[in-house]
Ligand binder design. Sequence first.
Ligand code: 5AD
Ligand code: SF4
Length: 478
Amino acid sequence: MSERQILDIENVQELLNRNDEIIRKIRDVNEEDKRAHGKQKYACTVTYGCQMNEHDSEKLNAMLMEMGYLSTDAFEKADLIIFNTCCVRENAELKVYGNLGHIKHIKESKPDLILAVCGCMMQQPHIVEEIKKQYKYVDLVFGTHNIQNFPALLEETMNKHQQVVEVWDSEGMIIEGMPIERKFDVKAYVNIMFGCNNFCSYCIVPYTRGRERSRRPEDILDEVKLLVEGGVKEIMVLGQNVNSYGNTFDSEYDFSDLLREINAIEGIERIRFMTSHPKDISEKLLVTMSECEHICEYLHLPVQSGSNAVLKKMNRKYTREKYLETVRRAKELIPELTLSTDIIVGFPGETDEDFEDTLDLVKQVGYDSAFTFIYSMRTGTPAATYDNQVPETVKHERFDRLLKTINPVIKSKIKAMQDEVVEVLVEKPAKNTEGYMMGRTRRNHTVTFPGDSSMVGKLVKVKITNPKTFSLSGEVVE
Ligand code: 5AD
Ligand code: SF4
């Protein structure tokens, strides 16, 4: 789908120069407004979904800041609102529609407010049609592949009094050198690849994010070096399926090689990565994790189901036995490892026995945390056409049973951390508790403790005094 002519920009530099020029123009207008009328412009970006979307919002925010906007969380204060949407499950979509309804009222009393929607939902033609018909007051619609074009789209929206829509259905080239506004000084996301080739039968992502493309190692390493020089201590390496990083390169260079190079960067403290696909995780990666001092003892390894029959229908391309063997080997090589996972219940055709297999696998692994989901039918995916959909009541029942199996294990692991001394990277003041800071352990536990902002970015040793399931608290001991 393309509403406008796809811009044929051969030269990335040309695109970056054009963006700079438009950003400057908009900044001049905003500054003139401020000078003449004392009016500061505000932008509000609301992000749904995964870390990829968070990172895309950082890119949008960087451009907005350069245009002279300040950021706000309050819709009422904003001159520009962007919803960066997710469509992995229906719930995420419903939230966006709910919020669009709310903004309609604000727009009625503030006609100059610009409302933009972007992200994964917009990659689906039926949703764009819905926005065009039912949400005519949305000023700008753009897709996941159009972010690099945001300045031109915003300028067009400002000059035109009708809805502007630009959604490319193909991914195009990887653009290096775009500005990025980082949310944390302590931690930063770094994309190493875009898209996904796996086509799990329930998942919409391959249709919204396009085919897998890996960034060149030198571009990634330059970015990490720049971040570390700027004070970043922890890098979260992002990709839909990091274990297939580099598959499109001519050379043998792979994800483990990249991690080793990142690990060697002077000044880096911690490295995390997500998401690993169990079908592609290699012995080489596990050995790399065990040998590189800065790679955290944390692995997110989505299993989705413990039943071989369901895994096959999901097109996951591994068995429960292979998954359990990977977990066994990972724990052998990295004894301190914490494991998290994603699980879907109620996939079409999932029988009671299939679900029992999932419960059994969960018990065998003993996860430290888990993201659990009720299967949500996504139009356009193969699983949406499967005829034996599981009734809602059964899905909810299974979901509750799954939580009752997982949660006590997580709880007992956390309880066992009483009096343990852990290394915490201090991130920011704790929410709602004056005089407390929060940070994370290498194994990805959130910890709060008495402290002040001068500790941000430091590694401190904290003794756990009160281990509660979702927040451990303690005291700094050195
Ligand atoms: N229904 C429910 N959960 C889904 N996920 C992806 N697609 C769906 C769907 N249609 C979950 C998977 C994935 C996580 C990011 O979202 O567990 O790992
Ligand atoms: Fe979706 Fe599967 Fe790709 Fe993950 S690996 S993004 S679940 S298709």
